[in-house]
Design a protein. Structure first.
Length: 380
């Protein structure tokens, strides 16, 4: 580990900042879903208003609001003030201004983004990595020209307002919790996910990574593939096997197969490791291994530490957790709780590697084209 890395804020496992927000951002009906993943970004339309314009507006406007962004759009698209706007046009302008405001000023580094594919069959999940920026037209044109030679058989976006993303995984719609089902039929380009309670938020966090910290608690998400419903004997078998049960909360939302989540206060990872040892008859080396070899950079409201997202994606998600557990020689004995109840620690969905995997649902001929994007502003 370099001196720079050793001085970075690191944690043995994934830590969510208290102000982490979750967003759904549409890729124009899934049209640019593949491009977003392949080029590690998200973007929004209407290129006449740039991030540079918005930053200048932020510096000059004492009270920055959606209305001030709306006025900026009016100036850019109708500099002479000659166009009369009907009700529908005014509504579209309001929507565009709101989307731009959220994308530029409300989203932040470390927030989680869900991007639905065509027909919302899959959702790509990733972390925002940095501030918004303007992509150069030259880069976009170069990418379009090189796409066929590189075997990229999908539409390339003309969006210039962008944010870098560290992608994590793709999750099938059926795997998403029921409280996110509304996003499938929603039409907004950007939506801030609202939660009724903290449990809903930690459920999403557990889908991203099964071991994590949030708001002073440590969490372990465990999957059961047991086909028959859990009965009282199963629950008793599970709870009676855990050391220090008075210090552990157990949350379950399972119609077996399904998931449990163990939570302990004061980010006490020793208790989490004890749970793993109790269920899998694990060796004591697990704690040591995760401390030494499983570093993940803390996700904060500020920019990630240098190489943080890259290290996280490569070191953790390119090496599946189940493989790591096998390397630790955690053996499921015939009498282990995990073996009896068919328990395992696993991530949701399919891992996204550095390069896009072309086995997504977006393989329709009408989607995989290299034609220019027909946006309302015709890209100036």
């Amino acid at each position: 580990m370099s001196d720079e890395e050793s001085n970075s804020d690191v944690t043995p496992l994934l830590s969510f900042a208290p102000n982490t927000n979750f967003w759904v951002l549409r890729a124009e009906g899934g049209k640019f879903y593949d491009d977003f993943i392949d080029d590690n970004y998200i973007g929004i339309r209407y290129n006449k208003v740039t991030i540079a314009d918005l930053e200048e507006l932020k510096e000059s406007d004492e009270i920055l609001s959606e209305d001030s962004v709306k006025e900026l759009y009016k100036k850019k698209y109708d500099p002479e003030g000659e166009k009369e706007m009907n009700r529908s046009a005014k509504q579209r302008l309001t929507q565009h201004a709101k989307q731009t405001y959220l994308f530029t000023f409300n989203m932040k580094s470390g927030d989680v983004v869900f991007v639905p594919s065509k027909r919302s069959e899959y959702f790509a999940v990733g972390f925002i990595d940095g501030e918004p920026y303007d992509e150069s037209a030259d880069y976009i044109e170069k990418r379009k020209k090189q796409a066929p030679a590189n075997g990229l058989h999908f539409a390339i976006s003309d969006y210039t307002k962008r944010r870098k993303i560290c992608w994590v995984s793709t999750i099938r719609r059926e795997e998403l919790p029921s409280f996110l089902s509304w996003t499938v039929n929603a039409h907004q380009a950007i939506m801030d996910v609202k939660f009724d309670n903290e449990g809903q938020k930690t459920r999403l966090m557990g889908m991203i990574f099964p071991l994590f910290e949030f708001e002073g608690k440590s969490y372990l998400r465990v999957h059961t593939s047991k086909r028959n419903p859990f009965n009282l004997k199963d629950w008793s078998y599970l709870t009676n096997s855990i050391s220090s049960p008075e210090s552990i909360d157990l949350k379950a939302n399972i119609n077996s197969p399904g998931f449990f989540t163990f939570a302990v206060a004061n980010t006490d990872w020793n208790l989490i490791f004890e749970i793993i040892k109790d269920l899998w008859n694990a060796t004591s080396s697990l704690h040591h291994y995760i401390e030494i070899g499983g570093f993940l950079y803390i996700i904060t409201g500020k920019d990630f530490k240098k190489l943080g997202p890259i290290r996280w994606c490569q070191s953790v998600y390119s090496n599946h957790l189940d493989i790591k557990l096998k390397k630790l020689q955690i053996k499921e004995k015939e009498s282990s709780i995990a073996n009896t109840l068919n328990l395992d620690i696993t991530q949701s969905g399919t891992v996204i590697q550095n390069k896009h995997k072309n086995d997504s649902s977006n393989n329709d001929d009408d989607h995989h084209t290299e034609k220019s994007v027909d946006t309302e502003d015709k890209q100036k």
